[in-house]
Design a protein around this ligand. Structure first.
Ligand code: SF4
Length: 368
């Protein structure tokens, strides 16, 4: 490996981090000792996957108050867990966290990286991060931020991910010298604050040694990622109400919104647009709901019917009063909030409620 030793190249990171580190509720005061609460590290690392620190902090605090130990989380009902995760997105993380906590509660913490990586949902990055931050193991954690910093520091050409094994072998002695927890968090912090896609090199502690910065190539190392265009869909989001109950899709076991209650949806393309409408079909202004691979043009509708009708599997009439305690994703929370507001406007063109009822007794709509 032609790279200078990590312990030398990354040496400025350790004192820099000691100076700039933020007080975060999951961060231990003593970065040289094993963390006093590995469960808190696990919760924070799982929450921080795909989510910004500022968003995670209040969720973490509420979560730890509600489920303070792995044993408490393992015993909690799924609806309570999803409710506590409501709004954080990527809900499968909550289910994986419960499964990992269940394993820890039953068998205690694994004694090595392979054991951590075998816990449900951890994956190589999270297992290594928990190993370093909770247990002070020299296990290099490479996420997108760390890859970006190291690619620039070492001027790696092309996608840095194929270098993962070599980077881990290079990084491990540096962790041992400067402290696994400290250096791991320092790399994360640098990637999140200075070495962003548009880096601020002037204030970076690694500027003097950074090959990409010195060659003025930070714009091309690593090469910018091209994302596939998200799929565009249009849907009606339906609040169907009758006899003090609302109709909901029960949580499914898989998919983007697994574990969450959802409003039924229907495809506007499959319904006539100009039928005569009763006054009890209301609409609110729509919005665009953005997911990683999908953009939904959402039209929220409220249909009031005189009586409940027989629904197919996967749908359930739920007392309106119970709505507030059910876990829902952001899109469905938004319609729940609209229901609490006065108004909406009568819809002058749109679906015939009879068509919607027919659709709901036939199929559950496209879902997500
Ligand atoms: S000098 Fe710039 S490109 Fe290099 S590690 Fe620091 S912030 Fe990143």
């Amino acid at each position: 490996m032609p790279w200078p030793p990590a312990s030398e190249l990354l040496a400025p990171l350790a004192p820099w981090f000691d100076q700039v580190r933020r007080d975060l509720p999951w961060r231990a005061a003593d970065l040289d000792a094993p963390h006093p609460d590995p469960y808190a590290v696990l919760v924070s690392e799982v929450m921080l996957q795909q989510t910004q620190v500022a968003t995670v902090v209040p969720y973490f605090e509420r979560w730890m108050a509600r489920f303070p130990t792995a044993t408490a989380l393992a015993a909690a009902p799924d609806d309570a867990i999803h409710k506590a995760w409501e709004g954080l997105g990527y809900y499968r993380r909550a289910r994986f966290l419960k499964a990992a906590a269940t394993s820890v509660a039953a068998h205690d913490w694994p004694g090595d990286l392979d054991g951590l990586a075998a816990l449900p949902g951890l994956g190589p990055y999270t297992a290594a991060a928990v190993g370093a931050i909770a247990f002070q193991w020299p296990t290099p954690a490479l996420d997108g931020n760390a890859f970006r910093v190291l690619a620039r520091l070492l001027a790696l050409e092309g996608d840095p991910k194929p270098h993962a094994a070599a980077l881990r072998a290079w990084l491990a002695p540096g962790l041992t010298v400067h402290g696994p927890s400290r250096l791991t968090q320092a790399l994360m912090e640098l990637g999140a604050t200075h070495c962003t896609p548009a880096p601020e090199c002037a204030a970076c502690p690694l500027a003097a040694a950074c090959a990409a910065h010195r060659a003025d190539r930070t714009g091309e190392i690593p090469p910018p990622r091209t994302r596939p265009r998200p799929r565009e869909v249009a849907l009606w989001l339906l609040a169907v109400e009758a006899e003090g109950h609302v109709l909901l899709q029960t949580p499914s076991g898989k998919g983007l919104l697994a574990g969450l209650w959802r409003w039924p949806t229907a495809d506007p393309e499959n319904h006539p647009a100009d039928c005569a409408l009763p006054r009890d079909l209301m609409a609110w202004p729509g919005w665009t709901q953005v997911y990683t691979h999908r953009r939904e043009a959402v039209r929220p509708l409220h249909v009031t019917l005189p009586t409940r009708f027989q629904v197919q599997d996967g749908l359930r009439w739920v007392p309106r009063a119970k709505l507030a305690v059910l876990p829902m994703g952001r899109r469905d929370q938004r319609l729940r909030s609209l229901l609490g507001l006065p108004g909406g406007t009568p819809l002058m063109e749109g679906p015939d409620p009879a068509d919607l009822v027919a659709a709901l007794t036939r199929d559950a709509g496209p879902g997500t």
